[in-house]
Design a protein around this ligand. Structure first.
Ligand code: SAM
Ligand code: SF4
Length: 472
């Protein structure tokens, strides 16, 4: 059990703070034609440059803001279609050596009840999640010597090994502290999907203020954390910023520069971008008085801007957000959401009156997975549990969806239909089943007749007859 040894020798920041500030100052009051030109560039599937993103950020004319949002909607429809991938977070343990001022797990929070799942308890959590129909998880850990690379590896293996009834976990993503290269290699060998590390804030002075101690207080170690993952062979990585610590405009630019850094260094951008807003956390004064609170209006804008800025990347939205906000921004190109989430350690398998004391923060959307699926289908989306690309060795699936013509129609939509049908047959309520089947029929009706449709129909029949895990 040991934490990685920090070594930041020779590293420097690739976030050009002064340049970002200058760009944000020099692009105020952009003219209409410039904004429209930039939206058109993104719709032409090109990643935007920092100056262009600064222009979008500085657009304040309500008509143009609506055009930015419409651009994001169009891009989503044009490139990704109407699928929404569903996952659940699973908190493995809340021990932590860091003292992030916004987090309920931080070391100095003496009221937190510390808990780490045993392997048996983890098994019970997985069974409870499988019973609800989940297939994709993100395992979440505090930063602590107990949660070293070996432990993360073992918990991932455990998650894949538990099968209850027709249930199984087919993809495990990770949200944990950044590791050293050796650690990443070990974790990769357990068969992980995406490894997420959020920078929280790209603004270095703020970063230092909100991370006063522990390994996480080292800005460069964190900033280069996912470079080490890439070098260790993990090319599926997720970046993020915690909105509310500093000005969201700066954070969007930071996310863009991080993306550009990956493109330039490794030839590929991040798989996903997350942009959680700060939620109330037990005993955290910062969360009672958020320094740069992001209004709903700005939040919806920032999601649309991110969609246009990096058109090839998956955007993740969590139950931290209210149902209303989720419904609005899903249309701007969010590709993955969690549903039926509980973030208390051990909370899926047991009803625990002290759960709040073991939670990192408070969630706003408390709907069940079944409810969310029903509502998504009702709104014309196609809920999906697809894990095909990663298991078929097609890594960088988001990039393929984006770059390979016909990819979504050939793989993503049929796989979404097959996995949704499994859910409807095995886990859903009668009302959700009806809504889901209706949406599947709409998708089928929209497909041209031919070999592909015949093949899908055959697979659908097989799923109806009890076969599972069929995919393209
Ligand atoms: N401990 C690891 C770390 O800090 O990177 C990984 C897990 S941490 C539990 C996951 C993420 O939760 C953090 O990266 C942070 O962005 C987010 N988070 C922490 N406190 C939060 C709060 N009060 N509201 C919303 N998100 C929060
Ligand atoms: Fe620990 Fe992560 Fe919470 Fe910071 S955000 S206190 S590192 S669990």
């Amino acid at each position: 059990m040991s934490l990685p040894k920090i070594n930041t020798e020779g590293l420097s920041s690739f976030i050009p703070t002064d340049k970002i500030e200058n760009l944000l100052k020099s692009t105020i009051n952009p003219d209409k034609s410039r904004v429209r030109e930039i939206i058109a560039k993104s719709l032409d599937k090109q990643r935007l440059d920092p100056e262009e993103v600064a222009v979008l950020i500085n657009t304040s004319d309500p008509t143009l803001i609506e055009e930015i949002k419409q651009g994001a909607r169009d891009l989503k429809t044009k490139v990704y279609g109407n699928r929404i991938v569903l996952f659940a977070p699973l908190y493995i343990g809340n021990e932590c050596i860091n003292d992030c001022t916004y987090c309920g797990f931080r070391k100095s929070n003496c009221d937190a009840l510390r808990k780490t799942l045993t392997m048996d308890e983890l098994g019970a959590e997985i069974e409870a999640l499988e019973d609800r129909g989940h297939k994709r998880l993100i395992l979440v850990y505090g930063e602590h010597p107990m949660y070293d690379a070996q432990f993360i590896h073992d918990t991932v293996k455990k998650a894949y090994s538990v099968h209850k009834g027709k249930g199984e976990i087919r993809r495990v993503n990770i949200n944990a502290a950044p590791l050293d290269e050796e650690g990443y290699k070990l974790v990769k060998s357990a068969g992980i999907g995406t490894y997420q590390v959020f920078m929280e804030t790209y603004h270095e002075p703020t970063y230092r203020e909100v991370h006063p101690s522990g390994l996480k207080s080292d800005y460069l170690w964190r900033l280069h954390g996912l470079d080490r993952a890439f070098r260790a062979g993990i090319d599926d990585i997720g970046i993020g910023a915690l909105m509310g610590l500093y000005d969201w405009r700066f954070e969007v630019m930071g996310l863009l520069y991080h993306t550009i850094h990956f493109e330039e260094t490794f030839g590929v951008g991040p798989h996903t971008i997350s942009f959680p807003r700060i939620e109330p956390a037990q005993g955290s004064e910062l969360t009672e008085n958020i320094p740069w609170e992001v209004s709903d209006e700005d939040f919806t804008r920032l999601v649309a801007i991110l969609r246009l800025a990096v058109p090839y990347t998956g955007l993740i939205l969590t139950c931290r957000e209210s149902i209303e906000v989720r419904n609005e921004v899903i249309a701007y190109g969010v590709s993955q959401i969690d549903a039926g989430s509980d973030i208390g350690v051990g909370a899926y398998a047991t009803v625990d009156p002290e759960s709040a004391k073991k939670s990192q923060f408070v969630l706003a959307d408390g709907r069940s997975l079944d409810q969310v699926i029903g509502e998504l289908a009702d709104a014309g989306y196609l809920p999906s549990f697809c894990t095909a690309c990663y298991r078929a060795g097609r890594t960088g699936e988001h990039f393929m969806e984006f770059a390979v013509p016909g990819f979504v129609k050939r793989y993503c939509t049929p796989n979404a239909i097959l996995t949704l049908l499994e859910f409807l047959d095995d886990y859903s309520s009668p009302e959700t089943r009806e809504k889901g089947l209706r949406q599947i029929q709409i998708e089928l009706d929209a497909m041209p007749d031919g070999e592909k449709k015949d093949s899908l129909r055959k697979k659908i029949e097989s799923v109806k007859n009890g076969e599972r895990d069929l995919y393209y």
